[in-house]
Write a protein that binds this ligand. Structure first.
Ligand code: SIN
Length: 341
């Protein structure tokens, strides 16, 4: 054996040791991939980034959170089944899909899609911060999800490309197609308003509006602004007809398998991110509306009169009755008494 052979052997062995060591380090770390479909500069995007920053600073070397915005990793259709299938002891996919996207896993969550039930985001918080929430999330836990936090976006507004804004129902909706999320409640609402619902994933909404595949859509201000929907629509009606919010979820077996102290720290950091999310959502509902208002050539914003709003409410009042069986009549009754109406 000559010296150069021994040197090469030692180099190869040390290279193998480095590779093994980094594999062990990788395995010893918990990795969470946070996948979402919206832009980073939205209430959900910013809260996900904050959560990752807190975890990566405070639990460096133990837990790493990577954020994938804009449907880069998974889209609306694939995220929830993938989250259940792709997680293991050391690796998990985390997501915060809109509440509408849990339809195949929870009929109860349809309550958050109902038109004109929640007058504002504060009404929603009365429910999500009440003991009712445990009942609402229980079926999801049975299906393998750990529901970690409710996050806000805000109240939704309608937009349309048309000669005139959406004001009079059903006349202004008739003959028009509206993009909706995969929600039976939203579909029923659009039909009762006089329009035609079209279920499409979030990532294709701009293209569908631009190409005229649909005439309009409904969304929160930060999504309208960050996705530039206002640049391919003529009118936005301030309808505040229903709520857009999210549930942060991860695989239940992964969550339960974490060491208790790490789980506790992650829960505390999620609480921080949730408080920040509520603040971002409240701020962006005002600032993104203002940016749209100030942008020349974009959609014009119109307010409903009290009378027009009452007509929208009346037109959609049967939706709640139709879904009461699936949501649970008792839950609905308790929500009404909590909201005092
Ligand atoms: C989201 O805010 O996550 C997307 C909502 C939508 O699909 O409209």
């Amino acid at each position: 054996m000559n010296g150069s052979f021994i040197a090469r052997l030692c180099a190869a062995i040390s290279m193998m040791l480095v590779v093994c060591a980094s594999a062990v380090a990788e395995e010893a770390e918990y990795v969470i991939r946070f996948s979402h479909v919206v832009a980073p500069n939205t209430p959900k995007g910013r809260a996900a980034d904050l959560f990752a920053k807190l975890v990566n600073e405070r639990l460096a070397g133990k837990v790493r959170v990577e954020v994938y915005p804009n449907s880069e990793l998974y889209d609306d259709d694939t995220i929830l089944p993938t989250l259940l299938l792709n997680s293991n002891e050391h690796f998990a996919v985390m997501a915060a899909p809109s509440l509408s996207k849990f339809l195949q896993f929870s009929e109860m969550l349809q309550v958050f899609d109902l038109p004109f039930l929640f007058r504002n985001v504060e009404d929603v918080h009365k429910v999500t911060e009440s003991p009712l929430v445990e009942e609402i999330i229980a079926p999801l836990e049975e299906k393998g999800f750990k529901a970690l936090a409710f996050w806000d976006n805000g109240m939704k507004e309608f937009s349309v490309k048309a000669d005139k804004p959406l004001r009079v129902v059903p006349d202004d909706f008739q003959g028009k197609r509206f993009r909706i999320q995969n929600s039976n409640v939203h579909a029923a609402m659009i039909e009762d308003l006089g329009g035609m619902p079209e279920r499409l994933p979030f990532r294709v909404v701009y293209m569908s509006l631009n190409k005229g595949i649909v005439d309009g859509q409904e969304n929160a201000w930060s999504n309208i602004y960050s996705q530039k929907f206002h640049t391919v629509q003529h009118w936005i009606t301030v309808s505040d007809h229903s709520y857009l919010g999210y549930l942060v979820v991860v695989s239940n077996p992964f969550w339960k398998g974490l060491p208790e102290d790490i789980r506790g720290q992650l829960e505390a950091m999620l609480r921080e991110a949730t408080l920040a999310n509520q603040q971002y959502a409240a701020e962006e509902a005002i600032s993104d509306r203002k940016k749209i208002e100030e942008q020349a050539g974009g959609a014009k914003i119109v307010e409903l009169t009290a009378e027009e709003r009452a007509q929208w409410k009346q037109a959609t009042q049967e939706v709640e009755k139709r879904f009461a069986g699936e949501i649970g009549p008792e839950l609905l009754q308790r929500i009404h008494s909590l909201l005092d109406h």
